[in-house]
Ligand binder design. Structure first.
Ligand code: PLP
Length: 361
């Protein structure tokens, strides 16, 4: 075929490889445990499942494009008004909306690295330039991130706790950082794992937002983790009305579907039950980390629903050992592996692999 017969694409796409889905791994005994995506180990609550089934009967109708009931329920839950809220297709979708609102060639977006895998992907697709600031001791280096801000910076992601390391930044350093960020730069505090935090020195983004009253601070949350709705794709931003209004303009019509909206409302109504499940996960997180430490592993303190093992060159071998036992984990070749906290049985299966592994990190 001749060269000119080929459809042309944006050159930025040349830098991306197609997404590789996490493979399903099965042990010789037929066991299969998915500890690779930080999901809730439990299925939907009966009340949420019922809301989903009810909403399913009306899928011949378009969803409410303003997600009115969901937005009101979110606003109520966090003591905000609907003008403060923007919803999207998962917080990844909201992040894409944020970039749609701020990014163009020449614009810089600052984030820590390694952090959430979606940041480089979304920033790259947006046409902006990503500025990656290395972690120090597996933790955000907020001073270096403030230093990385230029006249071209429009957005900074701060992932707290950080995915994949589980580490947190505390109140004093976060406020010192915010004090250094110029008002033209939007700081997005990605709190996907907020519900798992037990360190009292970590401010709740919603409280911080109210307390500081800064138009350039926005809080990103999701229903995918503690609320157990990863498959339904709902995320939301709490921001100054001027910011939230700008972000809402980038909403692809009807992105949050009617089943997701109903499930989100039902999940907020069941917050207490869902947070009790989170308590179980936090207990298991302590057990998993303590067991690994006692076993000679180095594990950064984690405030999320996962642990991080910096395995360096052993990463893919270790992940292969997990696969062979039917435990899928999330490896980052040459760096380390992130292992989600699952049910006690799933965690035991992982701990058995880690115990038997011949090398320690
Ligand atoms: C899992 C995760 C999210 C949630 O993504 P959704 O699109 O809401 O499923 C957001 N940020 C971080 C850092 C995450 O790890």
């Amino acid at each position: 075929m001749s060269e000119e017969a080929t459809p042309q694409f944006r050159s930025v796409l040349d830098h991306f490889v197609a997404y590789k889905p996490g493979k399903v791994v099965v042990s010789p005994e037929g066991r299969s445990f998915k500890l690779s995506s930080n999901e809730s180990p439990q299925g939907p609550l009966p009340s949420v499942q019922e809301a989903i089934e009810r909403a399913a009967r009306n899928v011949n109708r378009y969803p409410d494009n303003n997600a009115t009931a969901l937005v009101e329920a979110i606003a109520d839950r966090f003591g905000m008004t609907p003008e403060h809220i923007a919803v999207g297709c998962g917080s990844v979708g909201v992040s894409q909306m944020l970039l749609e609102a701020v990014a163009e060639p020449g614009v810089e977006v600052v984030y820590a690295w390694r952090s959430f895998e979606a940041y480089p992907l979304l920033v790259g697709l947006s046409g902006a330039t990503g500025v990656q600031v290395p972690l120090v001791d597996e933790t955000h280096d907020l001073d270096a991130m403030a230093d990385a801000i230029t006249d071209r910076t429009r957005l900074v992601f701060v992932c707290n706790p950080n995915n994949p390391t589980g580490t947190i930044v505390r109140r004093a350093e976060l406020i010192r950082f915010l004090d250094r960020v110029p008002p033209h730069v939007l700081v997005v505090l990605d709190e996907a794992y907020r519900e798992y935090i037990r360190d009292e020195d970590v401010p709740d983004g919603m409280d911080l937002f109210r307390e500081l009253d800064r138009p350039n601070l926005a809080i990103l949350r999701t229903f995918s983790k503690a609320y157990g709705l990863a498959g339904l794709r709902i995320g939301f931003l709490v921001a100054h009305p001027v910011v939230a209004t700008a972000i809402r303009k980038t909403y692809l019509p009807f992105t949050v579907n009617s089943i997701a909206q109903a499930a989100g409302v039902a999940s907020l109504a069941a917050t207490d039950e869902l947070l009790a499940r989170v308590d179980e996960t936090v207990k298991e997180r302590h057990r998993v980390r303590d067991t690994l430490l006692a076993d000679g592993w180095t594990v950064p303190p984690t405030e999320a629903n996962f642990v991080w093992l910096r395995l360096g060159e052993h990463t893919m071998d270790f992940s292969g050992a997990c696969d062979a036992a039917g435990v899928s984990v999330r490896p980052f070749a040459g760096e380390g592996a992130r292992i989600s906290i699952g049910s006690p049985e799933e965690n035991d299966a992982f701990l058995a692999v880690a115990h038997a592994y011949p090398h320690r990190n």
